[in-house]
Design a binder for this molecule. Sequence first.
Ligand SMILES: Cc1ncc(COP(=O)(O)O)c(C=O)c1O
Length: 405
Amino acid sequence: MSFSIIGRSVAESVTLKLNETAAILRAKGEPVIHLGIGEPKSKAPLDAILAAASLLNSGEVRYTPADGIPALKQAIIRYTVDHYGRLVTPENVIASGGAKQSIMVALQAILDPQDEVVFPAPYWVSYPEMVKLCGAVPVPVHPEDGTFYPRLQDIEQVCGPYTKAIIINSPNNPTGAVYSEEFIADIVEFTEKRGIYLIMDDIYHRLIFHGKKAANCFKYLKGSLGDSKIILINGVSKQYAMTGFRIGWAVANKKLIEVMTNIQSHQTSGPSVILQTAAAGAINGIQSGVESLRTTLENNTRVMMEQLHAFTGLRVHEPDGTFYCFVDFSVYDKNSTKLAYFLLEKVRVITVPGIEFGLDGYLRLSTCGSIKDITQGIERIKWAIDPNSPNELFIGERKLTRDWL
Ligand SMILES: Cc1ncc(COP(=O)(O)O)c(C=O)c1O
């Protein structure tokens, strides 16, 4: 069988694969703890459900404009004013099937084969694959000082004549790092001066801890949005716990949105009207769920930090936001894939190998589950890899005996 060069070059989504593995094992009655998950457990906001249910009841479920229904665009405009202090027009907005599709369509609108897209490592697993889907070249940048905080000089060094875009994701998946105001100001200035697109993936921007705030890229834009190459990405998946609704959006200059819309119109004709209506309901509705999720995550992260500090040898960086901790397990195993599969096999804990995010030796642990998931999950990991642990561990009725180490 023959496949295209692009088809062959793209890897499967490891995070989605892990969700599938967890579901299969659970269906078999296995006591799986899923610390790999990238979605909140809370319910979708009632305003979203009621809005969608009311449309469904009407029976009028039709095609929509490819760039989104007016009601959702208006909600996104209000959101952009509220959170970014910038009044945009409907022509500056496109709604897509998740932030993922907005990023994908943006990349397809701007990239030619051989163009390069730069992003700091560790990075969200999909960036390299999405760039490759466009026949372009992903260029991850590892901060030279070994931290999770990129500096402009790290990025400048890899930018050349083929650099078409930079992707910045803060708060960051997988590290939970929130990049500083200075860095965002620098990167906006740099991309503006060099005429490079800047994709700001702000999907976690309201899930921040310790009273911190995410930097607003528009604050540092010198020219008008019409001339700007900033593409601001957001969505309902994370902040409203609406991952399955698949609605995200981009805000950018009108010409680019027009090109993105043309592409999207031939790909999917736009997202489902039911889900767009639900997303508008969430954005326009009561916002207390976002704050409640944020405080839950802050508390869960604190508990996970306490648990992790009980390990000897781990290097732990405290996240400022998101629902991930990215932990250096290299003293136990430098091969993160091997370690993740070992933990799954021996103690039924799912983690995501750091190599998928461009940094081996690390595991990404999610704080989306319950406090019990976190404490028992970390306890099982500790038991499995710490040579000083007792020989036996009980998981419910099941007794595990260590036959390794
Ligand atoms: C950094 C980042 N950007 C974008 C997305 C995609 O979100 P959506 O569910 O809206 O497609 C994710 C989802 O995991 C993410 O972590």
